[in-house]
Ligand binder design. Sequence first.
Ligand code: E4P
Length: 218
Amino acid sequence: MKFFIDTANLAEIKEANDLGILDGVTTNPSLMAKEKIVGYDAIRQHYIDICNLVEGDVSAEVISTDLKGMIREGEELAELHPNIVVKIPMIKDGIKALNHFSTKGIRTNCTLLFSPGQGLLAAKAGATYVSPFLGRLDDISSDGLQLIADLRLIYDNYGFETQILAASIRHPMHIVECAKIGADVATCPLQPILSLLNHPLTDSGLAKFLADHKKGNA
Ligand code: E4P
């Protein structure tokens, strides 16, 4: 399973990248605004900065919601760097845009996906990735992991090459469950990735090894 980091914060991207386990980055307009990256030029420069930090796919989201606008913006974003993946919302014109980019060989990530039916449409339209938001489903007492499992079943039934990019991940067990189901990618903030490191028996075991070594070599 590939690991993407879901942030526009360069320091966090660098920290995850330094671990040697990072395969890419996802961003969205909220994450860009959180880092105070505003305005056409600054946003585009920030995507280039991210691409220069990480070897791997970097999702850059369009703001337009009409087909013409999405195509214009998506083509501009794709021009910025070969690793840019154009992020398109799961709406009617979005499906048409996915189709357009697929025939042009521009890679896409269909975002804001909340149902298996939406996933089926996006795959048929040729999306490179789909982003099911599992945490936001859990937030409304629905079952985010079940959506990941449903998409896996549907894509395997028909041999769709669209990759399942599990998004809106809230904690480390979401990552582990996604890996068990067979999601192609998990994207999440830095903290859930770092939390995978933790186990109290590792800490106490290491403390004992070091104490015994010290005693033996006193
Ligand atoms: C995915 O690409 C989105 O940026 C993200 O995972 C949304 O997560 P959130 O629900 O924590 O905002």
